[in-house]
Design a protein around this ligand. Structure first.
Ligand SMILES: Cc1cc2nc3c(=O)[nH]c(=O)nc-3n(C[C@H](O)[C@H](O)[C@H](O)COP(=O)(O)O)c2cc1C
Length: 400
């Protein structure tokens, strides 16, 4: 996601400084370069050597080593992140004080700045810190966190640096083109549960990973996102409206409620195709054998695609084997705009995996099916390819 980007990371004198090492690792994992500036106080908490090993480069600590690096670094960086940021650092930045390597670099940087404060609750709530934060926000500085919780000093309250994943998500969003701004994206994810009795249910192996990745990518690219999710252990992406459902009938209702307001609909949930014909109101005794009578649930995507005015609609076709023919049939028979084929028996594909290998199928203006086979990649990259493809083809088809 961050490939080729250059990030400047300032680390200041907070107990949370050790978390910067993990942040460096995650930024590098996404193939971005990270150059680290450490304040003098931060070096009491972690050694520059740790940051040097994690970043694979020189750690800047002294304004005079090398001279003018406070001007050269900002000129060649896409984003400046300060994590953790002390009350002192925030105060200096808000008041134009430039007396060390980090503060001079911050003053010389003209791009976007993300600050992740970390401090004691009373420091954070002080009128001085609050005034400085309000001022910096008014000039476009982006704050992420802090969070409430147990603080290093043993107190409870607000001031803990927000999680590394939230900081990463902010970095991705700031470095991503907002090409889905103005879109209302509706995504479904996860399995559904069809109850046999109050204790037992019929379900499937879906984890929700693909749908959650689609929601995260859409949000990052500037869309307003509603995520309708079946039971999933995953944490929904920040800033996404979440509708939790359990059964296929609840998912159907939630989709229909949100459908009219959406411009793009991605049906990635693995809705149970069948549900028990009858749900018992109390626990079924344990017989030697039990025969269940199942009935078909509503085909949400098919029903939605029958509506005259509808969003650009994307479905998934999870198959066992390379049955592209079945995906093509669904695309045409259900009048879907795009379908994502994946063979769940393939290594690294399908349920509960972080990667997927898919073929994107959609219709062009003449109604012919266009195929885009993709190599195995992360589910987030699959999501990005889906939105690229939607942007490329949507205007060439007519849903009205
Ligand atoms: C043990 C200890 C922990 C500290 N933790 C924090 C902290 O989490 N946040 C903060 O704003 N200041 C904290 N301070 C105070 C800063 O280290 C101090 O204000 C320092 O001057 C900050 O310098 P810098 O902003 O240049 O890194 C701590 C100080 C000590 C001794």
């Amino acid at each position: 996601m961050l490939k080729g980007k250059s990030i400047l990371l300032g680390v200041t004198g907070s107990v949370a400084a050790y978390k910067a090492i993990e942040l460096i690792r995650l930024i590098k994992k996404e193939e971005a370069s990270v150059r680290v500036i450490m304040t003098e106080a931060s070096q009491r908490f972690i050694t520059p050597l740790s940051a040097e090993i994690a970043s694979g480069g020189h750690v800047y600590r002294d304004m005079f080593d090398p001279p003018l690096s406070h001007v050269a670094l900002p000129a060649t960086s896409d984003l400046l992140v300060v994590a953790p940021a002390t009350a002192n650092c925030i105060g200096k930045y808000a008041n134009g004080i430039a007396d060390d390597m980090l503060s001079t670099t911050m003053m010389a940087f003209q791009g976007k700045v993300i600050i992740a404060p970390a401090m004691n609750r009373r420091m954070y709530e002080s009128p001085q810190v609050q005034k400085n934060i309000r001022y910096l926000e008014s000039i476009g500085v982006i704050f992420v966190g802090p969070e409430k919780g147990e603080l290093a000093c043993g107190e409870e309250g607000i001031g803990r640096m927000t999680g590394i994943n939230s900081i990463m998500e902010k970095i991705r969003a700031e470095l991503t083109e907002q090409d889905l701004a103005g879109e209302q994206v509706l995504v479904t994810a996860g399995p559904t549960r069809e109850y046999i009795d109050p204790i037992r249910y019929v379900s499937n192996r879906s984890s929700g990973k693909m749908g959650y990745a689609i929601a995260a990518v859409a949000k990052r690219r500037g869309a307003e996102v509603t995520l309708i999710t079946g039971p999933s252990a995953l944490t929904p992406p920040e800033g996404v409206e979440v509708v939790r459902v359990e059964t296929a009938a609840e998912m159907h209702q939630a989709v229909m409620d949100n459908f009219p307001m959406s411009s793009i609909f991605v049906m990635s949930a693995a809705v149970s195709d069948f549900s028990p014909a009858k749900t018992e109101s109390s626990k079924i005794e344990k017989p030697d054998t039990l025969t269940l009578s199942l009935q078909k649930t509503k085909d949400i995507l098919e029903e939605a695609c029958r509506l005259k005015k509808r969003p650009y609609s994307v479905g998934f076709s999870a198959e066992t084997g390379f049955r592209l023919d079945r995906a093509k049939k669904k695309l045409t028979a259900k009048n879907i705009d795009m379908i994502i084929f994946n063979d769940v028996t393939k290594e690294g594909s399908g349920f509960d995996k972080d990667t997927n290998e898919v073929v994107i199928l959609n219709k062009d203006k003449s109604g012919s099916i266009v195929e885009l086979p993709l190599p195995i990649m992360s589910k987030e990259n699959v999501a990005a390819m889906i939105f690229d493809r939607i942007r490329m083809y949507r205007d060439k088809t007519d849903n009205e």
